[in-house]
Design a protein around this ligand. Structure first.
Ligand SMILES: [Zn+2]
Ligand SMILES: [Zn+2]
Length: 423
């Protein structure tokens, strides 16, 4: 075994810090000011100073606007004008310096679910229960009022991705998914399965961009010789491996890292199976996200964000480190003897946090087991890509029947497969 080193040339844009200039008057207050300036996050205003109330058709002024099925555009029901909100464009992650936070991603400080909107049409004050809907009809002048203002209750995000898949297309995806699993499904489910009640829901996510520098070190093995000794049962294979010190030092731009922003989804609880399902229909085409506009929510449900950026930092950091290790590995493929990273220093130069609503079609089924225990099953469809994942209640009888037919070795694989069906 030999020890060698494999370090790339030092990064050209790395700079040594100059020594502080002599004679510069420095006092404690200046340092404090400088620190605060450096630490306070920048605010990205995504509100466009919109107010709650009438969000009108640009052509005729009607408020009867909703998402056009199959295109993700908005359509006016009065004049049939089809239009869209501009795609939200933000800084290239490579250019991020310091922390920036969207006005819709700020900390939640109030827990209001009832919002009073003043109708600009007639002056009436209308109460909207935002747990169920983000829009309401003025009971005097019949115009539709929508919540647009990003108040600190997590209800209005910075951006959203409109529903692209129509209800009909989502139904077909869900039916095809269930049909493939019919053989193992329990009979109650087969009798009761219908896609008539599927619901379109905007789920809350936090979308993170980051500009990080990674310095990662460890050991890498290079197989120089492979040989076998002995014969028959005593045959053994040996490897001669050169061991290298390995180091990688690089900049990394993270674009659209997506994490769930609902406590319900983050917690490991009885709904965990659902979370796995929702995660497995990622990714979304976030490059097409538009600025929030309440008209997109008409006809759909939405779930309010209830976590703050600080609750999600640990999760995001872990994912960024994973991405960095993955990148480092991709630059060291010549080492066929394996790599063991021993240290990983991450320096976040800049980051950006935006809250987003992402569109999902949901089919749900409540299974009541023999002992009265209830288990909620879901089939979820990514309403942008059509990616579908879910669980259906299985028939134990079918499982046992199939199990008895297969050998023990295979059984293990089959159990894993069924666990996947159940969870
Ligand atoms: Zn119109
Ligand atoms: Zn009114």
């Amino acid at each position: 075994m030999t020890n060698r080193t494999d370090f790339p040339p030092p990064n050209a844009n790395q700079q040594a810090f100059p020594p502080p200039a002599a004679g510069n008057q420095v006092n404690a207050q200046n340092i404090q000011d400088a620190l605060e300036k450096a630490v306070a996050p920048k605010v990205i205003n995504t509100s466009n100073n919109k107010n709650d109330g009438l969000n009108k058709c640009p052509r005729c002024g009607s408020t009867e606007i909703s998402t056009q099925p199959g295109t993700g555009m908005l359509v006016c029901h009065h004049c049939r004008y089809v239009f869209e909100v501009a795609v939200a464009v933000f800084k290239d992650p490579k250019e991020l310096i310091g922390e920036a936070i969207g006005t819709g991603a700020g900390d939640i400080t109030i827990d209001e679910t009832q919002v009073t909107i003043k109708c600009q049409g007639c002056g009436a004050e209308v109460v909207v229960n935002i747990e169920g809907s983000m829009t309401s009809r003025c009971h005097w002048c019949r115009q539709v009022l929508s919540l647009e203002n990003q108040m600190p209750n997590g209800a209005v995000p910075d951006v959203l991705l409109p529903f692209l898949l129509s209800r009909e297309t989502a139904k077909q995806h869900i039916e095809a998914f269930a049909k493939k699993r019919t053989f193992y499904a329990n009979s109650h489910f087969k009798r009761e399965f219908t896609t008539e009640n599927i619901i379109g829901v905007y789920l809350p996510y936090m979308v993170v961009d980051a500009n990080v520098h990674c310095d990662i070190r460890g050991k890498a093995g290079d197989v120089v010789r492979k040989y076998t000794v002995g014969s028959g049962d005593n045959k053994k294979t040996y490897y001669d491996i050169d061991l290298y010190d390995i180091g990688r030092d690089f900049d990394l731009a993270i674009d659209n890292l997506t994490v769930e922003a609902s406590t319900d989804k983050l917690n490991v609880n009885n709904k965990m199976n659902t979370n796995n399902i929702i995660n497995s229909i990622l990714p979304f085409d976030l490059e097409n996200a538009v600025h929030y506009n309440g008209n997109y929510l008409k006809g759909f449900n939405s779930e309010r964000r209830d976590t703050n950026i600080n609750d999600l930092r640990g999760l995001v950091d872990a994912q960024v480190r994973d991405v960095a290790r993955f990148k480092a590995n991709s630059t060291a493929t010549k080492y066929d003897g394996g790599i063991k990273w021993e240290s990983q220093d991450m320096d976040t130069k800049g980051s950006q946090w935006l809250s987003a609503y992402l569109p999902v079609w949901l089919y749900s089924y409540m299974q009541v087991k023999g002992n009265g225990q209830k288990l909620l099953h879901y089939i979820a469809v990514n309403a942008r890509t059509g990616e579908t994942m879910g669980s259906v209640p299985v028939s134990i009888g079918r499982l046992l029947f199939v199990s008895s037919l297969i050998e023990v070795g295979l059984l293990f694989l089959v159990i894993i497969f069924f666990l996947f069906l159940v969870f």
